[in-house]
Design a protein around this ligand. Structure first.
Ligand code: DAH
Length: 360
């Protein structure tokens, strides 16, 4: 059979020159496809003498195998080149330094709110909320502080401006979290166990007062709740919060219009070398106000005082944050000084939980 050598050169060159898989496939079709040159020559074998056919058939098969092998080898080589190219373009230097972690920190007030929420949640208290711009009925009247009551003056209230002729009820920036007691009872009725952490406002500014600060209100109403339950709850809280094995609380008789009887609560502590230690020593530090919810307060919130009774307390969050974390000046809490925030702030992923140790 003539021309086989020329065919061999032609296709082996074409294979060698194919630039990509598509080009290679074209070469394959031209040589070995149904209508390819080699395939057509195979067909010619039918019209040959048997001896001629045998010789030509053998030569054609060898040529076909040779071209086929060249095609496969080239295909593999093209795939290797493509992979090398991808590896080169997708190269990544794993020794580059990592991205710096976020610089922000959790503010001590946020941290303490999370901590106390975790502790009270463990005792069955849900979190309740109320508005910071509050009607003076919720902030005062419903809490047994009528307009002429001297306690109103003591609160150094910020009053909201009202346009001439606006006869909506007067509003104030809430002076304490106690109005949330009323809202929670009015919404949920009794029995109820809630805490209400949040911002409160008073017109006051010195080393220990800022016009905005944080309180947490506590409220537990049921059929038989007593001062003993209040004492146990507060002791449990202080032990968990200050992370000391024992705390001692002192209940001092006091007066709040919304509780009867009322008590202020002090915690035993010591001051040595400027270091405050909770749970030991011979000093007492006031940390909260509390008492048995006044029947008039229950009535204002739609809860029947002949059927239900319970305790409430209000505690300064900034205060206990200062005590726990040894932060000396209250005003620095709200100055947004980055150095202070980095020093006293907490890592973003250290969410406090009781099992892991609150502040660990
Ligand atoms: N609302 C009081 C304050 O701001 C704190 C307080 C005292 C809250 C006694 C209470 C309570 O619920 O029973 O000073």
């Amino acid at each position: 059979m003539d021309g086989l050598d020329a065919l061999k050169v032609k296709y082996l060159t074409a294979v060698a020159n194919a630039a990509d898989e598509a080009g290679l496939e074209e070469v394959r079709l031209a040589a070995l496809g149904k209508k390819g040159e080699i395939s057509l020559k195979m067909r010619d074998l039918g019209g040959m003498e048997p001896t001629q056919r045998q010789a030509a058939g053998a030569m054609l098969n060898v040529l076909k195998d040779e071209i086929d092998a060249a095609l496969r080898a080239k295909k593999a080589a093209l795939a290797d080149t493509a992979l090398d190219e991808r590896l080169r373009s997708e190269w990544l230097d794993v020794t580059l330094p990592g991205r710096p972690r976020p610089r922000g920190t959790i503010h001590p007030v946020s941290q303490v709110m999370e901590e106390l929420t975790a502790i009270f949640a463990d005792m069955g208290f849900a979190v309740a909320e109320g508005p910071q711009v509050e009607s003076d009925w919720f902030n005062f009247d419903a809490l047994n502080i009528p307009p002429e009551h001297p306690a109103r003056q003591e609160h150094d209230t910020f009053f909201m401006n009202r346009a001439e002729g606006d006869d909506r009820p007067p509003h104030v920036l809430r002076t304490h979290t106690s109005p949330v007691q009323i809202r929670a009872m009015a919404e949920q009725g009794a029995p109820i166990r809630v805490i209400a952490p949040g911002r409160v406002y008073r017109m006051d500014m010195d080393q220990t007062h800022t016009p905005m600060f944080h309180q947490v209100e506590g409220l537990a109403i049921d059929r038989n709740i007593s001062m003993a339950n209040l004492k146990w709850t507060l002791e449990e809280f202080c032990r968990a919060f200050f992370e000391v094995p024992s705390v001692e609380l002192r209940f001092r008789a006091s007066h709040f219009p919304f509780t009867e009887p009322s008590a202020e609560v002090d915690i035993r502590c010591s001051w040595e070398g400027g270091q405050l230690k909770i749970g030991q020593g011979d000093k007492w530090m006031e940390i909260l106000g509390s008492g048995m919810v006044h029947p008039k307060v229950l009535t204002a919130a739609g809860v029947n005082p002949d059927e239900w009774q319970g305790f409430a307390f209000g505690m300064g969050i900034d205060r206990i944050a200062m005590l726990k974390y040894g932060i000396p000046d209250l005003r620095a809490f709200f100055e947004s000084d980055l150095r202070w925030l980095r020093h006293y702030g907490f890592a973003a992923l250290d969410m406090p939980d009781l099992a892991g140790g609150l502040s660990a």
